[in-house]
Design a protein around this ligand. Structure first.
Ligand code: 13P
Length: 365
């Protein structure tokens, strides 16, 4: 294993306030998003959309790496230039999603296990030869009555760890994504407890499988209340580092500063407790938050805690970068320029958030 190369790549992915752009939606997921906007659900429409994304002028100034999918890594621009060449010209590192999706976990109703370990060693070799230098595997953990179970958390953590070592053996930096989902009516506090358990278990497994911590990126969820969580004014005392904060147990409307405070404080507390200092970067997924909230929350965490953190606090967003652009594009050639501007705007907002310099005023430009 080339430990220096892995560590250098991982550092590069979180350098200079840049972040990752996930554009690795599977065909069914991409088609679902297209269908909502009446965009044809064809290979060519998906190719055109991905071309729009990667040819956005100036993208490489805000985005260090993009996460591709097996369909896209082989694709070309309409003029015949390989997508991988476009990315190389823009100074963007190509990554690849290598899991084959989350399936029902046997004997665990309502829970999923991510698959894709069979044949992974050979697939990784091919992706490395094509030019990919990092990879992604997403585990999903649902919160509900009686779930997540230990069985689900451990099975997913072990799969993540086995994927991560295979990646490092092949020269690819693993992006390790254990996502605690926002679906459901759970409180912020419940999400904190579950996320802590999931991350703790994930790192136990990563160590067990001898993953080089310096050569990986963690891609966690922010600690958030469930999307259907009712308002609640209950207050809790929470210690973050030296300081005590008053924290309500559920979310509030997005425009309230207190909501940002709670999410930032509890997310940091959870990461501090669980993520070893040797990990170079934590790159959040957006998970269904609005693009503006995702930027505001990332910003506050960096603004308040950056100087005390051992790891870079970055982003690896799909929806929170792509969604406004997709809604502008709607499959129309005449909308490409405006869509690219919207995409670049979100990428820049998130770079500013990494520096703690994002403001709501940026959204009015
Ligand atoms: P979202 O930012 O839309 O949650 O997607 C991130 C991702 O890569 C999911 O695997």
């Amino acid at each position: 294993m080339n430990t220096q190369m892995l560590a250098d790549t991982a550092k590069l992915l979180v350098a200079d306030s840049k972040g990752l752009l996930a554009m690795d939606e599977s065909d069914p997921t991409c088609n679902k998003r297209f269908a909502l906007l009446n965009i044809p659900q064809t290979v060519e429409a998906r190719r055109t959309y991905r071309e729009l994304i990667i040819t956005t002028p100036g993208l490489g100034e805000s985005i260090s790496g993009v996460i591709l999918y097996d369909e896209t890594i082989h694709q070309k621009k309409r003029d015949g230039t390989a997508f991988l060449q476009v990315l190389a010209d823009a100074g963007i590192v190509p990554g690849i999603k290598v899991d084959t999706g989350a399936k029902d976990l046997a004997a665990h109703p309502g829970e999923k296990i991510t698959e894709g370990l069979d044949g992974l060693r050979d697939r990784l070799k091919v992706y490395y030869q094509l030019g990919a230098r990092f990879a992604k595997w997403r585990a999903v953990i649902a919160i509900g009555e009686g779930i997540p179970t230990r069985g689900c958390i451990e099975a997913n953590a072990q799969a993540l760890a086995r994927y991560a070592t295979l990646c490092q053996e092949a020269g690819l930096v693993p992006v390790v994504e254990p996502e605690v989902l926002m679906d459901g009516g759970h409180t912020l506090e419940r999400c904190r407890v579950v996320t802590e358990e999931v991350l703790r278990t994930t790192f136990i497994q990563l160590n067990c499988q001898r993953v080089l911590l310096e050569g990986m990126i963690l891609k966690p969820n922010m600690v958030l209340p469930g999307l259907a969580c009712p308002p609640n004014k209950e207050v809790n005392e929470v210690a973050v580092g030296e300081q005590q904060y008053q924290v309500r147990l559920t979310d509030r409307p997005p425009d309230e500063q207190e909501d940002l405070d709670e999410v930032a404080n509890l997310t940091m507390k959870t990461l501090w407790r669980t993520v070893p200092a040797a990990v170079p970067g934590v790159a959040f997924l957006s998970g269904g938050q609005s693009p503006e909230l995702a930027s505001a929350r990332l910003n506050l965490m960096n603004l308040r805690f950056k100087s005390q953190l051992p790891w870079a606090l970055s982003f690896s967003f799909a929806r929170a970068i792509q969604q406004p652009a997709l809604e502008i594009w709607r499959g129309e050639e005449s909308n490409v320029k405006a869509a690219q501007q919207a995409l670049l705007h979100r990428a820049k907002c998130n770079c500013a958030a990494r520096r703690g310099e994002y403001t709501a005023a940026m959204e009015r430009i």
